[in-house]
Design a protein around this ligand. Structure first.
Ligand code: ZN
Length: 292
């Protein structure tokens, strides 16, 4: 072995495992699909490299070897006293860029122990779910999504111009006597009634992985994730921020559930004869692109 080769071998040994891209420790809320996407490898390749027969039986803390090329994203746990800009600088990025990859809007608001994703190659576009605020992603990550339950994502509007999720939840529970409350799994606020435009309300039906109550047919409710945007889109267009967060939420949900892009749809596309929901100003023609 020549001197250069020995030096190269020593350098490889000195690299921390996270940088070599060879192992990944499974965290809560992750599945093989999300892990495969983070490293730009196929689920099949990870299964093969780790001798996994059933993709549903990976557990938190399990170490997986990631085959093939260097990862697209490295997971990094923020240490006490570190700032986003110091971490960004070390990786050849700007704090703002690193924030964008992780849905962090306030660049000063990070905490020790928080796990962020750092692109390991230059020019990697942030995934669409990165537009979700870090707080929303953390809340979503805590929910154990039932495997193989969800086959479709259906979009609705509230049909009301000024409204908010907790009000609709009250109406569904108290007036429509729906035992599980709010019929939808998610509501995206529009900034009226004291809400912040684009805020995502996660309902109990999603937290507990319960059937929706947003479709007429029970069989549809069993497999359809319901997302309601506040507004009456027969009268006005949805707000840009609502659409941005809808797109990010769809991307996140598709990673967790494997719902194909073609099954991201609207209420009226499912039932053209009995509803106009989510209204003629909802840009349904953009759904296909949004869900990609
Ligand atoms: Zn509807």
């Amino acid at each position: 072995m020549g001197l250069n080769r020995i030096i190269a071998a020593l350098l490889i040994l000195a690299l921390p495992a996270s940088l070599s891209g060879l192992t990944h420790t499974v965290r809560k809320g992750e599945n093989l699909t999300t892990i495969a996407q983070a490293y730009s490898v196929s689920v099949a390749a990870i299964k093969k490299a780790n001798n996994i027969k059933d993709a549903d039986v990976i557990r938190i803390g399990q170490k997986l070897s990631i085959p093939g090329t260097a990862p697209t994203f490295i997971e990094y746990t923020i240490k006490k006293g570190e700032s986003l800009s110091s971490i960004a600088t070390r990786h050849g990025l700007k704090a703002k860029e690193l924030g964008a990859y992780n849905g962090i809007r306030n660049l000063n608001k990070i905490t020790a122990g928080q796990v962020i994703r750092i692109p390991s190659k230059t020019g990697v576009a942030p995934p669409k779910w990165a537009k979700l605020p870090a707080s929303v992603r953390q809340a979503l990550d805590k929910i154990a999504v039932k495997p193989n339950q969800w086959k479709r994502i259906v979009i609705h509007h509230s049909g009301t111009t000024a409204d908010r999720a907790i009000n609709i939840a009250r109406v569904h529970k108290e007036e429509r006597r729906m035992e599980n409350g709010l019929a939808y799994h998610f509501v995206i606020e529009n900034g009226t009634r004291g809400t912040r435009n684009g805020d995502i309300y996660i309902s109990n039906r999603w937290k507990k992985q319960l059937n929706g109550g947003h479709m007429k047919i029970h069989a549809h409710n069993q497999i359809s994730i319901g997302i309601c945007l506040i507004g009456n889109f027969e009268k006005t267009r949805p707000k840009a921020k609502q659409l941005e967060q809808l797109e990010a939420l769809i991307a996140y949900l598709r990673l967790k559930t494997n719902v194909p892009a073609k099954y991201v749809t609207t209420h009226t596309l499912m039932h053209p004869n009995h509803t106009l929901c989510p209204g003629k100003y909802f840009p349904a023609h953009l759904l296909k692109e949004m869900a990609q």
